[in-house]
Design a protein around this ligand. Sequence first.
Ligand code: ATP
Ligand code: MG
Length: 431
Amino acid sequence: MLKRTHYSSELSPDMDGTEVVLAGWVHSIRALGKLIFVILRDREGMVQIVAPKQKVGEELFKKIKSLGAEDVIAVRGKVIANEKAPNGFEILPLEVEILNRAVRPLPLDPAEKVPAELDTRLENRFLDLRRPKVQAIFKIRHEMLKSVRNTLYKEGFIEVNTPKLVASATEGGTELFPISYFEKEAFLGQSPQLYKQMLMASGLDRVFEIAPIFRAEEHNTRRHLNEATSIDIEMAFSDDKDAMDMLEKVVYNACKDVYENREKELNILNYKLEVPPKKFDKITYDEAIEIAKKKGVEIEWGDDLSREAEKAIGEEMGGFYFIIDWPIEIRPFYTMPKDDEYCKAFDLMYKDLEISSGAQRIHLYDLLLNNIKNKGLNPDAFQYYLEAFKYGMPPHAGWGLGADRFTMVLTGQENIRECVLFPRDRHRLTP
Ligand code: ATP
Ligand code: MG
């Protein structure tokens, strides 16, 4: 097999005369009598290969002519500067290796100009991913994950992995996928919440995890999946404000890194990402409700924010902003109260999309046990968790940031399925 020397993006007109080996897919092929044009596509872009019969010889010409769309090839050739070629150069082929032929017709054409239906694209996702627009989303997602990890490493967080096979619910409720675990019933984890809190009693001090969360909600919206990826942190000796400061750092750095390092991909997506200010606005839950009411949304104090409310508030606020000081009743049992009515919880929104929820947590055993009972949950199901609060649990806070939703923000996508390689929703379990 010819050994690749360059990606397409590493070539330029000033390499005129240099011999290189490229590898990739036949994006398109056009034969004009004694001249063939092949566009070769690799991960980094496209390159034009021009084969004049009289220069490449009868045999190589015939081989190139036999190529079809999406065949996998390696090409040894010479860089030829040419003002008229795309990017100012083309490749004169000296040797072509056909590594694998593609069956045609293709179920989905990666070179297709007209966009196919999302369902068809997801059915043939590996082909869909060959399209530069689709690949750009996942390169930006990768940049975001890298940036998030770098920020958290720098801030002294330890990366952990907690079980996804669990014996009981995180927060009660019915959003769990039951599975059979030998002779026992078990569930897929809906959140690492209880584990990351237990780790606060371990002395690891600051932990984070980037892992799947499973939610058996029946909803079929453009921002919900049944398997999502959550970026979760928990920090000891910290309160809700510390957790929000950390979230601002993580989100700001990710936006900046994508903006600075993924200009090409943002251009391919035709998306103007704005780097936010370092500090985000904060409004209280009460203020959020007032905004929604003012805009004609029917909502009462104590209601969770409906879709209509989120839209109204997002319209008024724009960009990234926190909603803080939530009523105790609509937040989970482990949330630290602020007074009799409100708790130290927050949501981070981007326009009308919730991308993160967090809080200072309760670290006091008696209060926690009381809350579990008050929410109608069975304390026995939380036995192992509760134990961790008896023998020296420091105050702590944290959040969960949806990686898929954050990718929507960074790439300007309206549908979360665009931001996940193989999405799992109400109807889709394959591929
Ligand atoms: P929503 O109210 O929008 O359904 P949630 O409040 O139930 O979200 P949390 O339990 O607070 O979600 O989870 C924290 C974060 O994880 C959310 O802000 C979101 O970014 C992400 N997330 C949660 N559930 C899903 C899901 N079903 N699909 C995609 N992302 C999710
Ligand atoms: Mg939430």
